[in-house]
Design a protein around this ligand. Structure first.
Ligand SMILES: Nc1ncnc2c1ncn2[C@@H]1O[C@H](COP(=O)(O)OP(=O)(O)OP(=O)(O)O)[C@@H](O)[C@H]1O
Length: 357
């Protein structure tokens, strides 16, 4: 029987390369070995499912990976490994994502709606409602780069709720608006909940989380610390933040450094081995566990890095292009140069064409 879920993430990881300069980034693109580049694992194996009609809260301290996870679910960024299945359209409202800075508010509304599959007629019909909900006045015809963070959030939220997605993802977008707009958003979220929509709600405000969420996932420095009933998880999280606040400045710093080091030194090979062992232990009769885990880790992943084969192909194409450029500059024909490559070192003043008999 098919599992009934709206979102499923399994063993999801996300690795970032920590380049110091743009040239380092460019060099790494062609490099065969990437051992010298420092890495950071923003997510170290997250697994959770979200049921249809459920509102899941994501909590965790700054930099724990909440936005990374919500961006992966909404398809903005790919995971490094793991399985992600999202059944339905997503729409994300985040302070720093989703809006094009150089376009006006009105143009952003059209672009986002078109990307969501709406027709121009549908957008024309919806436009006044979105503008009224966002309540940003004449700014709607100004480029978004001139907006305050509150205005961006209002516009982002207005677009996201009006395009009527199956899954609404709200990443800290309520924290920057004023009280009136906040209430309007809460009403809209409540309406969405009543309609049975699925919502992912990222927030530092436990009050908001407790008011809106059925279930909460606590992400702690790239790991899923706990997932379950809202009250149970927020109580544990409060205990943690209370404990953390009591630490001295040095203890806080040491704690954070230790956690970040774990994220820097995370080994995907060891993690894969661990998952394989756990699966074997849970189902000893299961065959081909290694290849099952390998498929689980890599089959739905779009690689952001060039494979060795592609790198070799790129180099080959580059060398051929350079060769033809040099032949062109030398003034000899390809045939002449192939017969005597030293001609490339002695460019001719006149053009030498191949002998035509
Ligand atoms: N493009 C990137 N390159 C390198 N590291 C990144 C990148 N994006 C995020 N990170 C790192 O990944 C970690 C998780 O970031 P993320 O924004 O997901 O955390 P968060 O829980 O949403 O934080 P906050 O509560 O502050 O919004 C952080 O340590 C962050 O520095």
């Amino acid at each position: 029987m098919e599992e009934n879920y709206k979102v499923k993430v399994q063993n999801v990881t996300k690795e970032y390369d920590l380049f110091k300069t743009q040239s380092e980034k460019l060099r790494s693109f062609f490099a065969i070995s990437k051992h010298q580049i420092p890495h950071f694992w923003s997510l170290m194996g997250i697994s959770l499912t979200i049921q249809p009609g459920e509102t899941l809260g994501l909590i965790g301290v700054n930099g724990s990976g909440k936005s990374t996870l919500s961006n992966i679910i909404s398809g903005i960024i790919p995971q490094t490994t793991g399985y992600v299945d999202v059944r339905g359209d997503t729409s994300i409202v985040a302070i720093h994502a989703g809006l094009r800075n150089n376009l006006t508010g009105r143009e952003n509304i059209r672009l986002k709606s078109l990307m969501q599959g709406l027709t121009n007629e549908e957008i024309d019909e919806m436009m006044p409602d979105i503008i009224a909900f966002a309540d940003i006045g004449d700014f709607v015809d100004q480029p978004v780069k001139s907006y305050s963070s509150g205005m961006r959030s209002r516009l982002g939220f207005a677009i996201a709720v009006h395009i009527n997605p199956d899954i609404l993802i709200i990443d800290e977008a309520l924290s920057v608006g004023d009280d009136t707009f906040y209430q309007k958003c809460v009403d809209k979220i409540t309406e969405f909940k009543q309609e049975g929509k699925t919502i992912i709600f990222v927030s530092h405000s436990l009050k908001q989380i407790e008011m809106l969420c059925d279930k909460v996932a606590w992400i702690n420095y790239g790991e899923l610390k706990m997932v379950g009933e809202t009250k149970e998880v927020t109580t544990k999280y409060r205990e943690f933040t209370k404990w953390f606040k009591k630490l001295s400045k040095k203890e806080k710093h040491d704690f954070e450094t230790e956690r970040k080091n774990v994220q820097k030194n995370f080994s995907i090979q060891n993690y894969q081995k661990q998952v394989t062992e756990e699966m074997q232990k849970a189902a000893p009769q299961e065959k081909n566990v290694h290849s099952k885990v390998h498929r689980l880790f890599y089959s739905s992943v779009i690689s952001e890095k060039m494979s060795v084969g592609n790198q070799l192909l790129t180099w080959a194409v580059l060398l051929v292009v350079i060769f033809f450029c040099l032949v062109n500059i030398s003034g000899y024909s390809v045939g002449h140069v192939l017969n005597d490559p030293s001609l490339l070192m002695h460019p001719s003043d006149v053009l030498h064409l191949p002998d035509v008999k």
